[in-house]
Design a binder for this molecule. Structure first.
Ligand SMILES: NC(=O)c1ccc[n+]([C@@H]2O[C@H](COP(=O)([O-])OP(=O)(O)OC[C@H]3O[C@@H](n4cnc5c(N)ncnc54)[C@H](OP(=O)(O)O)[C@@H]3O)[C@@H](O)[C@H]2O)c1
Length: 272
């Protein structure tokens, strides 16, 4: 089955490779980048490698909730039915910076933007016979904590802590959304760790290098977005295999609290 799949943060790194791999399999890929110029450049790059690929480009800066809303509207208009959303865009921020919405940047870009996008695109994803949401988290989530009294890390900001917390929020939200959708739902939501790949985020952000190739980094996203063996949601995958997430993923109270807090922070009245 040919799928229409949105890959956020697909101008570079693991996201671009994921889009390329999906296009190679014949799927229609919707690229996303923070600006029109970067995402159009990515489209040109992809078409240079795969001239027959079906590819579209969408721009939205995830540090702005208004831009996320505009993107969701554009997508819903262009694609009333969407087969998959791969929430891949991510950042690592050395200093505590607030977005124009007054939110801590790492939490806003890594968790709240994909949360809002997923909530707004859910009707389109539910129209697909085998819809997928794929949340690109990180093994770093295991080091995170969810301090509900200070999700914005106003106290004691540390770059790694902010990153790990945002990645934990993705995993806890994945489990909570799967619980809310229920096991019979056609839409399956799963999270993953892509491996350790020398991308901009890893090298310039964390000052590290990784042993995995871009192809390896993209492979679990491709698997979760397309493989027919995925019949359940709420999982956390490493190298395309179910793996043990942080214990908070199995805590419905934490899931509910995070879901409610996220709804409030993005200004949505009601969720599922
Ligand atoms: N690399 C690793 O070893 C590793 C390990 C675990 C998890 N991950 C996760 O993998 C995902 C992909 O990261 P990567 O390593 O491939 O890093 P990357 O090469 O830096 O790619 C990140 C992507 O996110 C986009 N992005 C960042 N901030 C954005 C914003 N405000 N609005 C819109 N788009 C934005 C970037 O766009 P620009 O090019 O415009 O910045 C880029 O397309 C991330 O979620 C990361 O947390 C990576």
């Amino acid at each position: 089955m040919i799928r229409t799949l949105l890959i956020t943060g697909s101008t570079d790194g693991i996201g671009f490779q994921t889009a390329l791999a999906l296009a190679q399999k014949g799927h229609r890929v919707l690229l996303h980048g923070r600006s029109s110029s970067t995402v159009n450049q990515a489209k040109v790059r992809l078409l240079r490698e795969l001239p027959k690929a079906e590819v579209e480009a969408y721009a939205a800066d995830f540090s702005s909730l208004a831009e996320v809303r505009r993107l969701a509207e554009e997508l819903r208009e262009a694609h009333p039915r969407l087969d998959g959303l791969i929430n891949n865009a991510g950042i690592y921020k050395h200093d505590r910076v607030e977005t124009p919405d007054g939110l801590e940047m790492t939490f806003a870009v890594n968790h709240l933007a994909p949360f809002l996008l997923g909530e707004l695109l859910r009707p389109a994803l539910l129209l697909a016979p085998d819809g997928r949401i794929v949340n690109v988290s990180s093994i770093a989530h295991r080091m995170g904590d969810l301090t509900f009294s200070d999700l914005q890390l106003k106290q004691g900001y540390d770059a790694y802590r902010a990153y790990a917390n945002s990645k934990l929020a993705q995993v806890v939200y994945t489990a909570e959304l799967a619980r809310r959708l229920g096991p019979a739902c056609t839409l399956k939501v799963n999270a993953l760790h892509p491996g350790v790949v020398s991308t901009k985020l890893l090298v310039q952000g964390m000052g590290a290098r990784g042993p995995d190739s871009l192809e390896q980094g993209a492979s679990t996203s491709v698997f979760l977005a397309t493989d027919p063996s995925i019949t359940q949601g709420g999982g956390y995958y490493v190298r395309s295999r179910l793996s043990a997430p942080h214990p908070l993923a199995a805590d419905p109270l934490a899931g509910r609290k995070l879901y409610d807090a996220s709804l409030k922070l993005v200004g949505l009245g009601e969720g599922l």
